[in-house]
Design a protein around this ligand. Structure first.
Ligand SMILES: Cc1ncc(COP(=O)(O)O)c(C=O)c1O
Length: 460
């Protein structure tokens, strides 16, 4: 039986405009039997089933039903040059035929570490791993090793991967936002997270520098690290204020806390990465995503005196950091060529395109009189519904009805052949031009206007 779903397949719609995506549906039904939930990532799943990717070409992705979508998800912001970028393919092919992984170092890891150091002097030394999660957990273990302290602080609602301590207060609901003293509570994200993890994780407000300063003054002496993403996508994709950044920097210096800048997504914001833009001087910087050119990667970088915590050359290091596929030559080669093609002029052009896209969206929403706004910086953007300013996790929080609308908008954009992430955020990639940016803006304004208008959500 052919299934119909509200997933666009222009050439294959039925008379009523419903969409037939039978190959994706069949794949999903088959996958459900061997994979819980029928898909490897909650983030790329939606009802009734997700489109399955067949191949990518530049800024386009084609699913197994033949539908071509403008890809703003870019594998969750990791594909700065889009899909199947020629120089990456050439570099990987060259390396691959010589072997894919060795129980020996390769020169390729030197080149990528040097490339990071050349972009940002605070990335003087680097250790590679295979994901952002691994990078964050290694940085936190490093900070604990350096300071001899156990607790960490993180900002409410910010995502830093799947390490227990950074999952605390990832997605708290308004009913458990505050503790009995009116400070952000440490809230469990997964069933079974030990209470000790909650006690060891102090939660900071993203957009309240005074409260942040008070909490850090009280807790600072017991903290190994404060982890900061200065443009946190889950906390609204809004830039951290210079005041909050300064409060964090000052507390870290005062109390000997290691400042970890998590630039897994935000590294793309400038040639040097994100921290400099916010006046931060991190002790450790975590990166992943775009520095791997589309292959799995993670990295912890920092000044040599901090990174020495991982130095094994004189025997057992204070903190071990290694892994079977860490610094594998494929990821190293892909990352190097990808960064080489993300030069200053390219960063500037892409950021300009992002500015243009956000500007067009704001103009479009204002003209249509809809209560919607867009946040973001550089080549990143995120849609929010409602008339209020978005300044951090709480003001970005979508109540259940708004969350449903956001998912409907994501689906409607898919029917317009534009792939966004589930919270309607997106990133631009270097193959995109003004034409693509304007097309995304035009479609999103129409879709949002129709969603809010149809459901009496329009203002004005
Ligand atoms: C800021 C941040 N840190 C860490 C991670 C974890 O990275 P990975 O998915 O490569 O484990 C992510 C993933 O999106 C992230 O956005």
């Amino acid at each position: 039986m052919e299934s119909k779903m509200n997933l666009g397949l222009g050439h294959n719609s039925d008379a009523a405009g419903s969409v037939i995506a039978k190959h994706s549906e069949a794949a999903y039904l088959r996958e459900r039997k061997v994979v819980p939930g029928g898909s490897m990532r909650a983030a790329s799943w939606f009802q009734p089933y997700p489109p399955y990717a067949a191949r990518g070409e530049g800024c386009w992705v084609v699913d197994i039903d033949g539908r071509r979508m403008l890809d703003c998800a870019n594998n969750f912001f990791s594909l700065i040059h889009g899909h199947a970028f020629g120089p990456v393919l050439d570099a990987v092919r060259d390396v691959m035929v010589k072997g894919t992984a060795f129980g020996m170092p390769t020169e390729s890891e030197i080149l990528l570490a040097e490339a990071l150091a050349a972009r940002n002097p605070r990335m003087e030394q680097t250790r590679f791993c295979n994901s952002g999660t691994e990078a964050v957990l290694a940085a936190i273990k490093g900070a604990r090793g350096i300071t001899g302290r156990e607790r960490i602080a993180k900002f409410e609602g910010c995502y830093h991967g799947a390490y227990d301590w950074v999952e605390v207060s990832l997605d708290p609901a308004p009913s458990n936002w505050d503790d009995e003293n009116g400070n952000p509570a440490s809230v469990r994200c997964n069933a079974g997270t030990p209470d000790s993890v909650l006690r060891e994780t102090v939660i900071l407000p993203y957009d309240d520098p005074q409260r942040c300063a008070d909490i850090l003054r009280r807790e600072g002496h017991s903290l190994a690290a404060v982890i900061v993403d200065p443009h946190a996508s889950r906390a609204g994709a809004v830039a951290m204020s210079k005041e909050t950044a300064a409060v964090v920097q000052e507390a870290c210096r005062r109390d000997g806390i290691m400042l970890i800048a998590d630039e897994v997504i935000s590294f793309r914001l400038s040639y040097e990465g994100a921290s400099r833009l916010f006046g931060l001087e991190p002790d450790l910087i975590t990166t992943a995503k775009i520095i791997g050119g589309g292959l799995p990667i993670g990295a912890v970088s920092g000044p040599a005196d901090r990174m020495s915590v991982f130095d094994h050359s004189a025997g057992k290091p204070k903190v071990s950091m290694g892994g079977t596929f860490s610094a594998n030559p494929l990821s190293m080669a892909a990352g190097l060529v990808s960064l080489e093609h993300y030069s200053r002029p390219v960063v500037d052009r892409l950021n300009g395109l992002g500015e243009r896209l956000r500007g067009e969206l704001r103009k479009g929403f204002a003209k249509a009189g809809v209560a919607a706004t867009v946040t973001g910086m550089g080549s990143l953007f995120r849609l929010h519904l409602g008339a209020g300013d978005v300044t951090g996790y709480r003001s970005a929080f979508a109540d259940p009805e708004t969350a449903k609308r956001i998912r409907r908008i994501q689906l409607a954009m898919l029917n317009e052949n534009v792939l966004l992430t589930p919270n309607c955020s997106g990133s631009l990639s270097t193959p995109m031009t003004e034409a693509e940016a304007l097309s995304i803006a035009d479609k999103l304004v129409n879709v949002v206007t129709s969603e809010l208008g149809d459901r009496q959500g329009a203002v004005g």
